[in-house]
Structures are given as C-alpha cells and as structure tokens.
Design a protein around this ligand. Sequence first.
Ligand code: PMP
Ligand code: GLN
Length: 380
Amino acid sequence: MNPVYASLGTTIFEAMSARARATGAINLGQGFPDGRGPEDVLAEAARALIEESNQYPPMPGTAALRQAVADHYRVHQGIDLAFEEVIVTSGATEALAAAIFALVSPGDEVLMFQPMYDAYLPLVERAGGIAKLVRLEPPEWRITAEGLAAAAGPRTRLVILNNPLNPTGTMTSPQELALLADFCVSHDAIAICDEVWEHVVFDGAVHRPLIGLPGMRERTVKIGSAGKIFSLTGWKVGWMCAAPPIAQILAKAHQFLTFTTPPNLQAGAAYGLGKDVAYFTEMRAGYQRSRDRLAAGLTRLGYAVLPSAATYFLSIDLPRSGVNMDDVAFSEWLVEEAGVASVPVSAFYARDPVTSVVRLCFAKQDSTLDAALERMVRRP
Ligand code: PMP
Ligand code: GLN
C-alpha cells in the first residue's frame, strides 16, 4: 500500500456532502450549483451523444474542443495559444494529476500556498516531490516576497498557484502575479496555474492568467474546467495549456491516466466556449447576486463575512462573529444542530492551519440560501 494514501482521510467535500445527505442538512459545503446549467450546452452534448461517434476520441482531445479552448482564451483573456498547446483531460483534477506526474521528479521541491485545494499535496507527494508550503492568512490571504523567499530551496522546480483561490474567493493581484513570475524565472521553475474559477469573478474584476506575464509563456501550465465555466460540475471536462515542449510531456502523462474524455461532453464544452460574451457576463451577475444575498443575510445574523471576489464561496470569520469555537467545531455544530453543511477552512492546510474561518457555497437558488439563513438564526 502506498503510504501517501494509507494515511489519508476521505476528502472534506465528500465527507461534508455525505453528512448533509445523512442529516438532511442544506448543503452549502461542497461547491456545486443547484441549477440545471445552460440548456443549449446540455442540448449539444445530448445531440452529440445520439448522433455522433461514441468511440475513443483522439487522445489529446477532439480537434473542436482544443480549437475552442484556444479561441476562447484569445477572446476572453487576450492570450494566443495554438491548437497543439491544449490537451483535454477528464476534469481539472486529471489535469492536475497529469501535470504533477509529468513535471515532478523524486526530490524536487514544489512550492504551494496554503490554503490549498486538497488534491495538490497527495499528488505531489505521490510523485516523490517535497512540498514547500507558504502560509497565507486572513483576511487578505496575500502572497509576499518574504513568504516566497522563505519557501524557496535549491531544488525548487515547480510552483502551484490556484487563481482565483478556493476556498478564500480571492484573486491574485497584478503585484503578486509579477512577484510569482519573477520568482519562477529566477529559479527556472515551471508554474502550474489552476484557473478553474477564471470565469466566476465579481464586481467587474478581470481575471489575469499567469501565462500572460513576461517570461511565463514558456514555463506555465494553465488549467481550466468546463465544469466550472458552465456550472456543470459533474461533467469532468478540463484541459491543460502549455508551450509545445511541456504540452508533449503532459500528453504522455495524460495518456496513461485516462487516455481520453467522453466525446459528447467535449462537444458540449466546445460549443459552450463559443457562446457570446453576454452569457459569461450574465452567469457572473447571477452568482454575484447570490453572493450578496447570502452575505447580507449572514451579516444580519451577526456573522462577519470576509470579502469574496470570485468562486462559488464566501467565508465567515468566527472570532469576529462572536463565535467561540474553532472552524471544525463550528462546522460540526452547524451541520448537526442548525442543519447547514459548510467546510472548515483548516481542511485546506496540511500544517499550521488557520482555524478561525468557515467556507459556505452560495451557488444556490435564492430559496435554498433563504432556507439556510433561516436555520442559521440559531447561533451556537
Ligand atoms: N481545482 C480547484 C481549485 C477546484 O476548486 C476544483 C473543483 N472545484 C478542481 C480543481 C477540480 O475541477 P474538476 O471538477 O474539473 O476536476
Ligand atoms: N471543488 C469543489 C469544492 O471546493 C469540490 C470538488 C470535489 O468535491 N472534489 O467544494
């Protein structure tokens, strides 16, 4: 048995959803919308399922989806990618695994930021990498030059950034991106940039891809997810984009993880990426309204809500809310006593956790958010 997995628990997202199912709690834990997603994207996937081939599509992805990803990023983020630089994967999760397995050799140091998405560390350790963790703190969760310098080592080969950041809902600032780019160039490191939340940004904010910064075009793997872009989290269609020398090695890792991804879902994603700008603007506006509804309701109940610039999540600061419990105890109380599932942010730390913040998912119908708020009138 591999020791990395022997000591691992079940992911917090599955654990909280299972608790919600068992207790009948309203699930604001695991991040998924409770709407149906765009009907035309669903219709295209259904049409392709019935009318087109259901045999193995090409290993790096269908031509239509690879081209659609490249075109989409040209239109929405001003970056030029060739078709060959896009490798389709079964969700961003597979892209992360393929990129980490392809790029990490035993003994390589991999710089990551806590809070970090829970898949990163087990994948890095499974690949034999040595995690160098930079701890970010509330309420700003900012990356500093000192933090980077303290984590850097002689074998720093890779930096893994999640921008926008799950669970905090923060976006990496232009200054932080510049710091990271300088760091990668000066250490000759590659960056894996997990940008699955790139479209779910609020208040008119603009997502800035790390691959667009000077010096980063040849040393960044940009990861995206159709599940997040189209509010269809069960779809598991993702991609990784990188310059040809890196893309070729990524494809080799991908071919022996899943080899390929269901062709009709690729067709749906390719169609969806070509939707007009208005679709994306409206999607963002809808989530922003939900964010504001939940934030206002929690504030009325006396909770201190931290700012959320992006993602499906906002978080509450427990000490500033007058709650005298740590995040795990409060999440426990909330699911058992109030009937609302959340995620304790300490679950995103491998060591030295922040224990004062709890994450809630606002990507829900108004009626779901209102029902959760009604239950949260009870305070611990
Ligand atoms: N990275 C981050 C930061 C995520 O939040 C998620 C899922 N929410 C993923 C990766 C996984 O994406 P997918 O469902 O496309 O595998
Ligand atoms: N990314 C989602 C979240 O943060 C969950 C993904 C999963 O369940 N693996 O809630």
